[in-house]
Design a protein around this ligand. Structure first.
Ligand code: C2E
Ligand code: MG
Ligand code: MG
Ligand code: MG
Length: 278
């Protein structure tokens, strides 16, 4: 439609588009090899049990410290990695690194903490994820039940039958599968009955409004009730205020994470947090 706006306009848009494509190609080039150059790292955000505030585990979140652009957020580079296929090797590195780090989280006595790793739709589609997971576990000695994989609702939704088979294969290895950003897809609650998962993470857009918007509170409560009736754990993400924490705990939400509870932190800091659990 740029063409209809006149010749000059067309050239303008086309140039802007060229530049966007160029930037993207350059980002992709730079992302290739970024892991080996040590530019990518994992930060960890603590996840707590709401009933008693116990630190249960942490979510691994990838960061790219770009030599020229500074810290590039995952919302930018994960998409580039996904579309270029780089996510397959990046995802393998992330899994192994997260398991290595988790292997050093040994609280004095008690349960071992879990590490939760984000898996992108493309990693799910390639089909060798169960093998990648198995080799990461074998290489690091992390117990299968210590590893949680976060899959998005939409990735699983694509092909329910195939996804269910893959999820069953994954869960057979003993790892736990969580649905991330739950509630933002359009699958609805009934979907939960058909996909075999261990947990759901309520998207932070619902948590943000849980005190202000009765609809969001109702939906959140319904997710919790439905999940519990199926034996599924519920985690709330994006808890930014004490009031949100309180209402979620009161509604029976099992676990939570968010800036109010703890920001993503470097590996050494989360390791220290786990050492201090008692
Ligand atoms: P996500 O899996 O939903 O991760 C939670 C995001 O919410 C993180 O953003 C985290 O920093 C942010 N967050 C946590 N607590 C709060 C809060 O209280 N308020 C607000 N406003 N935000 C909060 P981050 O680290 O920028 O990651 C963004 C997304 O990038 C992640 O969303 C995940 O989908 C993706 N991602 C990150 N690391 C990886 C990775 O290693 N592999 C893949 N495939 N995706 C990743
Ligand atoms: Mg996540
Ligand atoms: Mg999420
Ligand atoms: Mg709302």
């Amino acid at each position: 439609q740029a063409k209809v706006a006149g010749k000059g306009c067309y050239r303008f848009y086309s140039k802007a588009m060229d530049q966007a494509v160029e930037r993207r190609v350059q980002l992709e080039e730079e992302l290739r090899g970024a892991w080996d150059r040590g530019e990518l790292s994992l930060h960890y955000q603590p996840i707590y049990r709401l009933a008693d505030g116990r630190l249960m585990g942490a979510e691994a979140l990838c960061r790219w410290n770009h030599p020229r652009l500074g810290v590039v957020p995952p919302s930018v580079f994960i998409e580039v990695a996904e579309q270029s296929g780089l996510i397959e090797s990046l995802g393998r590195h992330v899994l192994v690194q997260a398991c290595k780090d988790a292997a050093s989280w040994t609280p004095p006595g008690g349960e071992r903490p879990f590490v939760s790793v984000n898996i992108s739709p493309r990693q799910l589609r390639t089909g060798d994820l169960p093998d990648v997971v198995a080799s990461a576990l074998a290489a690091t000695g992390v117990l299968p039940q210590q590893l949680h994989l976060e899959l998005t609702e939409t990735a699983v939704l694509g092909d329910e039958v195939q996804a269910s088979a893959l999820l069953s294969r994954l869960r057979a290895t003993g790892v736990k599968v969580w649905l991330d950003d739950f509630g933002t897809g359009f699958s609805g609650l009934s979907h939960l009955r058909r996909v075999p998962v261990d947990g759901v993470k309520i998207d932070r857009s619902f948590v943000a409004d849980v005190l202000r918007d009765p609809d969001d509170l109702a939906l959140t409560s319904a997710i919790i009730a439905m999940a519990h009736s199926l034996g599924i754990t519920v985690v709330a993400e994006g808890i930014e205020a004490e009031g949100q924490y309180a209402v979620l705990r009161e509604r029976g939400c099992d676990q939570g994470q968010g800036f109010w509870l703890g920001r993503p932190m470097v590996a050494a800091d989360i390791q220290r947090s786990f050492r201090e659990i008692n």
